[in-house]
Design a protein around this ligand. Sequence first.
Ligand code: SAM
Length: 207
Amino acid sequence: MSEHIKKVYSLYAWIYDAFFGKIFEHGRYVAFNMMNVKPNETILEVGVGTGLSLSLYPSESQVMGIDISQELLDKAENKKRYYGLSNVTLYNMDASSMTFANNTFDKVIASHVITVVPDPLKTLNEIKRVCKKDGEIFILNYTGCNNKVISRFEEFISPVRDKMGLGKHFDLDELLKKAHLSIVHERRVNFLDMCRLVKCKNNSVFT
Ligand SMILES: C[S@@+](CC[C@H](N)C(=O)[O-])C[C@H]1O[C@@H](n2cnc3c(N)ncnc32)[C@H](O)[C@@H]1O
């Protein structure tokens, strides 16, 4: 499944910024503000893609970005060079089995990623593992419309969206419950408020 996602995103690489960049721009800025990154904090962007948010982070913070698509990471590397982001390090790594040590990051963000990965719960548990205890986890995702008819239609076309790498229909609250995470702050963002941005505190300690 990850192989399929890799292939799909390598096809999107050349249009990613022009298309997804604009559509999700509002949510990206709101997420960055909600993160309230302070100097010396260590940040992880899971599924960093082409690195659209990388230039926003303060230069005194340490930012790691991971992705499974080398084509998208290459675009992110270009931005890193262009903006001179010496505080950013990028890795080709699978979010469901990261090589980072336990309790590494102060803040972790997964923006439009959790519905794309084959096993969202495994990925969320990995995020908890690498995030420090009492660190903050931010999840931004298209969660669909509140309208029941549209929602049923979205459920119906979910397999097609999944095949296109655009994420499957999912229940964020159910996922967070399974991961034993509770929301401390939340906002609706982007066009028609169709995306949810949630902030959770990591309540687990991994030794
Ligand atoms: C919709 S894009 C979002 C990119 C970026 N976070 C943004 O908001 O623009 C989904 C990203 O997740 C990455 N991805 C999918 N599965 C992954 C996995 N198992 N591990 C790491 N990255 C993954 C894709 O390659 C892609 O860059």
